[in-house]
Write a new protein. Structure first.
Length: 259
């Protein structure tokens, strides 16, 4: 698996403007972003509404298979809507300074396996490979935030790669850190877009026709920094992407001090 080339300590933003401040300075940009978020929320909501109305009107004429198929589409659309709302709420908490970790002791390997299984269940036909090694039985961190970060990365990997392409999740220890890597064989990222991917609302030029807010990777970066960690991304357009979540191997010190 290729090693990441992005320095772990640097948030790839071309300027030092705090996330969200440029929108406050430019009202038109703020309106554009609100319009984008509203559009992204309406897409799955419209799917749910249309399918539910169809079930109501044709309930007596649909076969069990038809009901199951439409119900599954409603379920998938509701998952997408839930994911969008959770991402937007977390981003709002970041901008207000209210996103702080609630530290707990938990089994990191169990968390990773559970999140992987939940995503595997969403696409049973997709190859899904896990190779988890050296994950601690006891880890200090916020399991809810770390679960959200991993879920965002897995969702992106599934969204931007064909359903017959495998998702590979592996873990290892290196230089006193725990690395959880998610690799896909999907669309990849144009080289010129790589330095900007973790900016809020930024989306690669080759995925703008697909649903998305551009908030996910920015949120992942903040969550990892809150845990004293970092994010590395290695990608090539047309050849797939590897995202590494890097966490300190041991109790983080001064969590969130460098946000």
């Amino acid at each position: 698996m290729p090693e990441s080339k992005t320095p772990p300590e640097k948030h790839p933003r071309p300027n030092k403007t705090p996330p969200g401040n440029e929108a406050r300075r430019d009202p038109s940009r703020h309106l554009d972003r609100m319009s984008l978020l509203a559009h992204q929320l309406m897409t799955p909501l419209s799917t749910i509404s249309t399918l539910a109305q169809g079930l109501m009107r044709r309930a007596n004429r649909l076969s069990t298979e038809d009901v199951q198929e439409r119900s599954e589409k409603i379920w998938r659309a509701s998952l997408r809507l839930q994911e969008l709302i959770e991402t937007i709420m977390s981003y709002t908490r970041i901008n207000s300074g209210a996103l702080t970790p609630s530290l707990n002791l938990f089994n990191l390997e169990n968390l990773v396996r559970r999140v992987c299984q939940e995503h595997r269940n969403q696409e049973l036909s997709r190859p899904f490979q896990t190779d988890l090694q050296d994950l601690p039985d006891v880890f200090v961190g916020d399991p809810v935030l770390l679960e959200q970060a991993l879920a965002i990365i897995l969702s992106n990997a599934m969204k931007y790669s064909p359903v017959d392409c495998p998702i590979i999740v592996r873990s290892r220890k290196r230089d006193g850190n725990i690395m959880i890597e998610v690799t896909d064989q999907g669309m990849g990222v144009p080289e010129g877009d790589l330095p900007y991917l973790m900016q809020p609302f930024f989306r690669g030029r080759n995925v703008k026709h697909m649903p998305g807010t551009g908030l996910g990777l920015s949120l992942v970066w903040h969550i990892l920094k809150l845990h004293g960690g970092s994010v590395r991304l290695d990608s090539k357009e047309g050849a797939g992407t590897t995202v590494a979540l890097i966490l300190p191997d041991g109790s983080p010190v001064d969590l969130g001090a460098d946000i």
